[in-house]
Design a protein around this ligand. Structure first.
Ligand SMILES: O=C(O)C(=O)C[C@]1(C(=O)O)C=C[C@@H](O)C=C1
Length: 363
């Protein structure tokens, strides 16, 4: 069993983290003490914000340099903590960063997408974290490689970190889309289905890119039952030196959070177990589907034997085209989308060919 099954729920990390969603926010880049403190003071007024995040050493896609002011920033963050009571969270990319953050009482560390993509860097961080108890969050790697993400999480977990969470920030888009990163929601869903106890935070700011899509991405994350949300913010977003289009002012963030509908993973079923009844119906339909597929495969097997006797090829393109067209037509008339039916039939046809191949080569 993976140690990730033993991750602690976030409401046990710190007393303050007893809300859903847990909201993390802070500037994309620290520009000055004034920007950091003013943003934190404004965020303090947004009730749901519990964690203030800041990149003290921010790796950029392009080689822009804002100088190594890590130490100053860590001191300013202590001031933030003192004044606002917010928990602080900083990105670490090297053992030196870990050591400095721990020395300056940063509450939570996070590992960025570029670092997660490199198992050697993750291992170095894990060695620096060995024996520490600080909570750590691990962003997904740049490319949609779930195994690389799991490997990074497990490496940090093996160093003894059980206050551990994943951050879904979307994936590098090879083609331009309306969003900055491709969300590929199926990846965090797969992560959650493999490790039920691993908290997952969504970063709608990185996925959306532009603020106008942030609400939609945040709602999607809530509907998928993610544990928290991480937003970029700036007290004076329009004047920020980077990522202006994806930093919310704290009052805009407040609006986003107020509009958010937080659906529950389960509800007291007061309407005579309505959900249970639906699920019983689904179970029954699913059984019928599987039984019908098995029947179809028996017929395919019969055709396979016939083809073997008559020396006929397995692949019958004309017949397959007809099966496909008829299925798509019927699907459409019943409200099923063409890509869905086409994909389903493609899988069935592939399995039929495998089956007949086995029949023909049976000794
Ligand atoms: O009709 C056949 O010849 C079959 O073997 C059945 C079937 C199918 O699964 O529908 C499978 C393979 C052929 O390429 C075409 C159709």
């Amino acid at each position: 069993m993976s140690g990730l099954e033993n991750c602690k729920p976030m409401n046990t990390w710190f007393k303050k983290l007893d809300t859903r969603p847990i909201v993390i926010s802070g500037p994309s880049i620290v520009e000055s003490e004034e920007q950091l403190l003013s943003t934190a003071r404004e965020l303090k007024k947004v009730e749901q914000v519990k964690i203030f995040k800041a990149g003290a050493w921010k790796p950029q896609t392009t080689a822009k340099s804002f100088g190594d002011r890590g130490l100053d920033i860590l001191q300013w963050l202590n001031q933030v903590k003192l004044e606002t009571g917010l928990l602080t969270m900083v990105e670490v990319a090297s053992p030196k960063h870990v050591e400095m953050c721990l020395r300056h009482n940063v509450d939570i560390l996070w590992i960025g997408a570029r670092t997660t993509s490199n198992p050697f860097s993750v291992q170095e961080l894990a060695s620096a974290l060995q024996g520490m108890s600080v909570p750590v969050m691990v962003k997904n790697p740049i490319n949609p490689d779930i195994n690389l993400w799991i490997e990074a999480l497990e490496t940090i977990n093996k160093a003894g970190i059980s206050r551990l969470a994943a951050i879904h920030r979307g994936f590098y888009p090879f083609e331009k889309t309306r969003l900055h990163n491709i969300p590929k929601w199926e990846i965090p869903i797969e992560l959650k289905s493999r490790f039920h106890n691993l908290p997952i935070i969504c970063d709608p700011s990185h996925i959306a890119g532009a603020n106008k899509y942030v609400q939609e991405m945040a709602q999607k994350a809530m509907d998928l039952n993610m544990d928290g949300l991480m937003f970029e913010s700036h007290f004076n977003a329009a004047e920020g030196i980077s990522d202006q289009e994806r930093q919310l002012t704290p009052s805009d963030l407040n609006q986003v959070l107020r509009k958010l509908i937080c659906r529950l993973p389960s509800v007291e079923d007061i309407e005579e177990n309505r959900l249970e009844k639906y699920r019983d119906q689904i179970d029954s339909v699913d059984s019928q589907l599987i039984e019908l597929l098995a029947q179809r495969m028996n017929i395919v097997e019969g055709i396979g034997k016939y083809k073997a006797e008559k020396n006929m090829t397995i692949l019958q393109l004309q017949r397959w085209e007809k099966v496909r067209e008829k299925g798509i037509e019927l699907g459409k008339s019943l409200g099923l989308s063409e890509p869905f039916v086409a994909q389903l039939l493609r899988m069935i046809h592939k399995e039929a060919i495998l089956k007949q191949n086995e029949v023909m080569n049976r000794k």
